[in-house]
Design a protein around this ligand. Structure first.
Ligand code: PEP
Ligand code: MG
Length: 615
């Protein structure tokens, strides 16, 4: 598949899964993956170019010194036969071609050294990636290592920051720590090799209202930082180095998408009015938040506070855990933003492979490993600092604490004890601590089974449908190969949700449903039918969910939900939803807003999402 030529290289087309709306044309910025640092493009004043080249040379010298030391250590510990790898690294650092190309790039483009290393390095890596010899191709990872060392060395000095290009983030998978310190004002789109509807990439992109295509499989290794790229998320298309005509077509799609998205979603004031179904049942709509860039949406779309704050996004790339004071500042800002509606702050929901940078080994099965509450309880120092920060910030406004991935009451008890101890410590130190309610994420099957007991231990439930689907159906939420098995309407999932809502109701505690289902109109209707009265979603989804829920009646939705729960499998329950929503509320759910029958490449969540964007 190809079109015109750009810089002598043909444009290349990819098709993936669009998980948000819109289109964009920009420049590739590769993030995450093997590269631990985010690198920004900054344009230098002509007078600063020489100094920048000196800074680059200093970084090369520093990297060389480090490598010599590492080589010596490796020789002592492992023997000379293992130290040769570092000889190869040293040789690369002495390679005049690499050094000259970086210098030339800094000079000709007036770019900062980090950016030049990244662009030149990416070029070199793509040459390795295409070598038809396994041994030589694998040497690419040595090059990557040397480049990373250089970037870290450059970061040791004061570097010019700020993304000045319109970037399209390209990742294997976009992890929270890879985006923590990015300036999203210049991010035009996001694409990733891995990912599904509920993957981090999709959640971040929808949260920011930017186009995103996931499931591109091998795109990352073909793209180089600085390449031109066109993305159409509505169609799931990505073009690398597009021809002029292709770029123009995508630009047109982009301005079309912007003009429709910018249309007012509701009459002024209506956005902040409570949401009621036609039969008068109030549904509280809250926002999920990952990054400060999303705060504006919380206000604009009239969210009733923040139903889920994913604090793991406070982790900067390679920077480890944020300090207690840094966290305090972030939580206090959130508390002020949300006022009386409050915010639910979740303890770090991270896996052992992504956290703390101190001695964790890669796990074979991170989804079932040392993650979320397990990691918090293992690293009490980190958890205590986070609890203190939340308690202190709660003195500035209403904040609650959410415990992620609870599977047993003992975890709740231990976590609560730690929170209580930190409160006492703060009081002893004369530091004010606010009232904080403690809730549990219900997202694994064992928690569903013991929901009655858990409900007696906590002040509220947060029902995470993303993980609940993943763990109930044993389907990796980030793996596009198994996306067809990710069936949110599976009767087992719906029965679980119903049981959890029942347990919360029985104990008289609130339950907020906060997975991606909540932000998808068709699913939101089913959730209301199951008894949900609080939904939390990416703020940009609130208008379409409000529109859908205001047009249905809760009694009718509960009949549909009951029918679904009685189905034998996901095909049947999806068919029930498809048919009944159309029959009852055809104006809200016209046929094109619902997915085609199974076998035609549907994605229930996605279709429901895009087709009802504009009420
Ligand atoms: C969930 O699992 O549904 C959830 C809300 O949390 P996360 O997507 O961050 O795992
Ligand atoms: Mg979860």
């Amino acid at each position: 598949m190809s079109g015109g030529r750009k810089n002598g290289r043909r444009e290349k087309f990819w098709r993936g899964v669009g998980v948000s709306d819109g289109a964009a044309v920009g420049r590739v910025l590769r993030v995450g993956g093997a590269e631990r640092q985010n690198v920004y493009r900054a344009t230098l004043e002509a007078a600063d170019v020489k100094r920048e080249i000196r800074r680059f040379h200093a970084a090369v010298r520093l990297s060389r010194r480090q490598l010599v030391a590492v080589r010596r250590r490796a020789e002592q510990l492992l023997g000379a036969e293992h130290a040769y790898i570092f000889d190869a690294h040293l040789l690369m650092l002495e390679d005049r071609k690499l050094i000259d190309e970086v210098e030339d790039y800094v000079r000709s483009e007036r770019a900062n050294a980090e950016w030049a290393v990244k662009v030149v390095g990416d070029r070199l890596l793509s040459v390795y990636a295409e070598i038809n010899d396994d041994y030589l191709r694998e040497r690419g990872s040595d090059v990557e290592d040397v480049l990373r060392r250089l970037l870290v060395a450059l970061g040791g000095e004061h570097a010019p920051r700020g993304l000045t290009e319109d970037a399209v983030l390209v990742a294997e998978e976009l992890l929270p720590s890879a985006v923590a310190d990015l300036d999203f004002a210049h991010v035009r789109a996001v694409v990733s090799d891995a990912g599904g509807w509920t993957s981090h990439t999709a959640i971040i992109a929808r949260g920011l209202g930017i186009p995103a295509v996931v499931g591109l499989r091998d795109f990352y290794r073909h793209a180089r930082t600085g390449d031109e790229i066109a993305v159409d998320a509505t169609r799931g298309e990505v073009v690398l180095r597009p021809s002029k005509e292709t770029a123009a077509k995508f630009r047109e799609a982009s301005s079309r998408a912007r003009s429709t998205v910018a249309a007012p979603a509701a009459p002024a004031g209506a956005a902040h009015a409570p949401t009621h179904t036609r039969d008068g049942v109030e549904i509280v709509l809250r926002a999920n938040v990952e990054l400060p860039a999303e705060y504006e949406g919380v206000r604009r779309y009239g969210a009733r506070g923040v139903g889920l704050y994913r604090t793991e996004f406070l982790f900067a790339q390679g920077g480890g855990a944020p300090t207690e004071d840094e966290q305090f500042a972030a939580y206090a800002e959130l508390a002020r933003l949300c006022g009386a509606d409050g915010a639910r702050v979740r303890l770090f929901d991270l896996g052992g492979d992504k956290l703390l940078g101190g001695g964790e080994t890669a796990e074979r099965n991170p989804a079932l490993g040392l993650r979320a509450i397990r990691l918090c309880l293992r690293r009490e120092d980190v958890m205590r600092a986070q609890a203190r920060a939340v308690l202190r910030a709660a003195a500035c406004g209403r904040l609650d604490l959410v415990l992620p991935m609870i599977s047993d009451v003992s975890e709740v008890r231990r976590a609560r004890r730690i929170v209580d101890e930190e409160r006492e410590r703060l009081t002893g130190e004369g530091i004010e601590a606010g009232a904080v309610r403690v809730g549990a994420m219900i997202e694994v099957p064992s928690a569903v089974f013991v929901a009655d007991a858990l409900a007696r231990e906590v002040d509220f439930f947060s029902l995470g449908t993303n993980d609940l689907v993943q763990y109930t159906l044993a389907v990796d939420r980030g793996n596009d190969e198994v996306a067809d098995w990710f069936r949110s309407l599976h009767p087992a999932v719906l029965q679980s949700i119903s049981r959890v809502l029942g347990a919360a109701g029985g104990a008289g505690i609130p339950c907020v449903v906060c997975g991606e289902m909540a932000g998808t109109p068709a699913y939101a209707a089913v959730l209301v039918g199951l008894g949900a009265r609080e939904l939390s979603m990416t703020a940009t989804a609130i208008p379409r969910v409000r529109h859908a829920l205001s047009g249905i009646d809760a009694a009718g939705a509960s009949e549909i939900a009951r029918e679904c729960m009685a189905c034998a499998g996901a095909d049947e329950s999806e068919e029930v939803v498809r048919a009944r929503l159309g029959e009852r509320w055809g104006d809200i759910f016209p046929p094109k807003s619902l997915p085609p029958p199974k076998g035609e490449g549907y994605n229930f969540g996605q279709v429901g999402h895009t087709a009802t964007t504009k009420p």
